[in-house]
Design a protein around this ligand. Structure first.
Ligand SMILES: Nc1ncnc2c1ncn2[C@@H]1O[C@H](COP(=O)(O)OP(=O)(O)O)[C@@H](O)[C@H]1O
Ligand SMILES: [Mg+2]
Length: 425
């Protein structure tokens, strides 16, 4: 099967999507084999045109009647892949279509991810096909959504009253989640999962709060309770902003896309490569801000043993004013309790590869545009907050027993090369 249709973009400041060009997806069975895209001439002439893909489809492309483009990393344009869910949302789409897991080609996920999908792209068969309908549920419906999520997790059919999950359930990531309206904005609700070893929503919420106190850029969050007392974490979407009754969208891509890699190339990819891409695709005058922020996030990941820092857990947002890609706010940071003394992040930190130590990170300072002394100051700022994690968690009302369960994730500074940082200050 193959799909041919129009790629639409919700442009900055506009509530209606416009066609950006024609997209061809070639598929053989379940496999994507090739893609092609040609920009519309009118689209490229718009002053607020957004590049569909930073690497493969920059705005310097010629219009489709002069040139058709293929992905720099075939078979799929990274930004198109990012517009379909990678795991959780696929389960929701399959539940809706009543098909087994991973039994349909990519184009089906792409077409069924709906208009609330990540970023600002949309896919429509014809120029006058309407936007996929669907209002997101308010958080008052969280109990129903939780019930729907449990049906999806168990592969059970979704009864009619639980169907709101189909509208807002199609984001990516592995954990159960749904989109909801909260305080007039769109939030991602992250639910407890069946096999959680501890109360993940509470710990993720508290950890993001810790990151905020360490000066990192964290979206607004909230913790709410289901009728049965279980916690759900809410995080405000950074790619949506309410406008009247509707929402503006910001185009967003994963670091996987900015690095032109696919899933199988994420492990061991280097943070330095992300920094290099920030230099190439970032916004003039903001490159160092984003590099320093990224550097602080690496320090944080080391300090709390967040080793799920893969390339889909870093994102970039199109900045219309600066005509470049900015590092998105932080998300999906969860401490992982473990016994190992020697620990590794998912991405490579510095000259000693994925080894999760502060001296490994310090040595890499130059790749992030930082003098050694500046790098040390960032690490020290983050460490001075994470070392007080118990005080913060206690203040946030995280139960002592839960703190005990995750305590081994928080590293002792002397075990991970803090002396080198102090010497460099
Ligand atoms: N605050 C947010 N705003 C917009 N998109 C987000 C936000 N948080 C996460 N996402 C998107 O949703 C995906 C899944 O969320 P994530 O928190 O990573 O869930 P999981 O724990 O299941 O991996 C992310 O990969 C990202 O694309
Ligand atoms: Mg994730």
């Amino acid at each position: 099967m193959s799909w041919e249709g129009y790629l639409f973009v919700y442009l900055p400041g506009e509530l209606e999507a416009v066609p950006a060009g024609r997209l061809f997806l070639e598929e053989t069975g379940l496999d994507s084999t090739a893609s092609r895209f040609g920009y519309g001439r009118r689209y490229l002439a718009r002053s607020n045109a957004v590049p569909v893909d930073p690497l493969s489809l920059p705005l310097s492309c010629l219009p489709g009647d002069e040139a058709i483009y293929e992905p720099v990393h075939p078979p799929i344009f990274g930004a198109v892949r990012d517009a379909a869910p990678d795991f959780w949302g696929r389960r929701v789409i399959e539940a809706r279509l009543q098909v087994p897991p991973d039994s349909v080609p990519e184009s089906i996920y792409l077409l069924h991810a709906g208009s609330h999908r990540f970023g600002a792209l949309d896919f429509r068969p014809t120029l006058d096909s309407p936007e996929a309908a669907g209002l997101l549920p308010p958080i008052a419906q969280l109990d129903y959504l939780m019930e729907a999520v449990e049906h999806v997790e168990q592969g059970l059919p979704i009864p009619a009253q639980l169907e709101p999950i189909f509208t807002g359930g199609t984001m990516g990531g592995a954990r159960p989640k749904a989109l909801v309206i909260h305080r007039g904005e769109q939030y991602l609700a992250k639910f407890p999962a069946r096999n959680d070893g501890f109360d993940v929503p509470v710990v993720e919420w508290a950890c993001l709060e810790l990151a905020r106190r360490a000066g990192l850029d964290v979206p607004r969050t909230d913790l709410v309770r289901l009728a049965d007392g279980r916690a759900v974490m809410l995080i405000e979407r950074f790619d949506r902003k309410a406008k009247g009754e509707s929402f503006l969208r910001r185009h967003a891509v994963s670091a996987l896309t900015l690095l032109a890699k696919d899933e199988s190339e994420s492990l061991g990819a280097r943070y330095e490569e992300i920094s290099e891409r920030i230099g190439r695709f970032g916004v003039d005058g903001r490159v160092q801000t984003d590099r320093s922020e990224l550097y602080g996030r690496i320090a944080f990941n080391i300090l709390v043993s967040n080793d799920d820092d893969h390339l889909r857990n870093h994102a970039f947002l199109w900045d219309d004013a600066g005509k470049g890609w900015r590092l998105s706010p932080l998300y999906d940071v969860v401490p992982r309790p473990q016994v190992a003394a020697e620990r590794y992040l998912h991405l490579s930190v510095g000259p000693r590869g994925r080894l999760a130590t502060l001296d490994n990170l310090l040595t890499a300072h130059g790749a992030f545009g930082l003098l050694k002394r500046e790098a040390a100051a960032i690490i020290e700022r983050i460490a001075s907050v994470t070392r007080e994690w118990r005080v913060v968690f206690d203040e946030l009302g995280v139960p002592e027993s839960l703190c005990e369960k995750v305590a081994s994730a928080f590293r002792r500074l002397r075990d991970i090369g803090m002396e080198a940082v102090e010497k460099a200050l």
